[in-house]
Design a protein around this ligand. Structure first.
Ligand SMILES: [Ca+2]
Ligand SMILES: [Ca+2]
Length: 367
């Protein structure tokens, strides 16, 4: 290093000085003579006060000490506590994220449980995971996609008393909404997130009730008829339902602002299980009016009705559309089992979905 030394009031700069201790410096210097003309070489140990020297650190450039001079093992790993880096901050890149978009029911492990998956079945999660004397059914998404409402006999194992429950898509915060000895089921979440519509026989016949999540109260929708399978329109204005009336099973809808009920089908066949197009202009339902059960769509504006999935199979069972409205997922009863299918909305490209040896049914697409 280079140091400056004040020696007899003369500043001396010397390179390659060696520090012996804090105050003694072994320095070879050229000492000027008294006339400051000639110089003689002199080597000695000088005692110098710290204030009289300055060490010019820039004489040692950083590159003089290559980084490899400090082996990595000199820094023990424990110097960086693992807790400083939470594991969730670095998602594993080789495992696709589990983003559920379709909820369905399957008895693949012995009883009807609620499962979550996505359109391409990259994962499958048993949300209810109940023992074999419990059935869970008719799941419906909350509008924010964070919770599932469904019916279950989990508080009456082996029995038939169904109640309405909510559970988060992570499988947490299970909560029972109803508590009545009669049937409560087929829940449908309102698009504004406030109400759960469901059917119940608590007043003697099938009727539709609203559970208000804001104040935990239950109120009946007065239709003056048998009413079940409530289905909110995406715009929140209507609830479609089916009713066993004097002729057969028919579809109706009720205007939630003025309680006016409009019949959608009026025949002697079984028309049931209504759902909606994304623009709230079409009601999709199942009917056996051609002898076999098929899926139909009725346009509320021009009253035009058309068959959505034209097949020769029995017991087609409509469920829901994909978020972009281009695909439909539905259920069919074939060879003694319920099976799920996905197809384009025009009926093309039908494929089996979530195949298992038992029943798969009640599939609902998240909006
Ligand atoms: Ca189970
Ligand atoms: Ca009940």
């Amino acid at each position: 290093m280079e140091i400056n030394v004040i020696y007899e009031n003369i500043e001396i700069v010397r390179e390659n000085a060696v520090i012996v201790n804090n105050q003694t410096y072994d320095i070879q210097i050229d000492v000027p003579d008294s006339n400051n003309i000639d110089r003689e070489s002199k080597s000695d140990k000088f005692e110098v006060l710290p204030t009289e020297i300055s060490i010019i650190s820039t004489d040692i450039p950083p590159t003089d000490i290559p980084p490899t001079d400090i082996p990595p093992t000199d820094i023990p790993p424990t110097d960086i506590p693992p807790t400083d880096i939470p594991p969730t901050d670095i998602p594993p890149t080789d495992i696709p994220p589990k983003i559920p978009s379709i909820v369905f029911v399957s008895n693949r492990d012995g009883n009807d449980d609620i499962y979550l998956t996505d359109e391409h079945e990259t994962f499958s999660m048993n949300l209810t995971n109940s023992p074999n004397d419990i059935y869970n059914g008719h799941p419906s998404w909350s509008p924010d996609g964070k919770n599932i409402v469904f019916h279950s006999n989990m508080d009456d194992p082996g029995g038939h008393n169904s109640e309405i429950y909510i559970i988060s898509v992570e499988g947490n915060n299970l909560r029972r909404l109803t508590n009545h000895l009669e049937w409560d089921g087929q829940p449908s979440w309102s698009p504004d997130g406030r109400y759960i519509a469901f059917e119940s026989k608590r007043d003697g016949k099938f009727e539709i009730f609203l559970y208000d999540l804001n104040n935990d109260t239950i109120n009946k929708i007065n239709t003056n008829m048998s009413a079940g399978y409530p289905s909110w329109s995406p715009n929140g204005k209507y609830i479609a339902f089916h009713s066993k009336d004097f002729s057969g099973m028919n579809i109706y809808m009720i205007n939630m602002e003025n309680n006016i009920i409009t019949p959608i089908t009026m025949d002697e066949f079984d028309n049931w299980m209504p759902s909606w197009s994304k623009n709230s202009e079409n009601i999709i339902f199942s009917s056996n009016k051609d002898g076999v059960r098929d899926i139909y769509s009725l346009n509320l504006v021009d009253k035009n009705i058309k068959k959505v999935i034209p097949t020769n199979e029995d017991d087609w069972w409509p469920v829901t559309l994909s978020p972009d409205g281009t695909k439909i997922i539905f259920c069919s009863y074939n060879s003694g089992f319920w099976k799920l299918y996905i197809a384009n909305i025009d009926g093309s490209n039908i494929r089996v979905f979530a195949e298992s040896n038992g029943d798969t049914k009640w599939a609902v697409w998240k909006n």
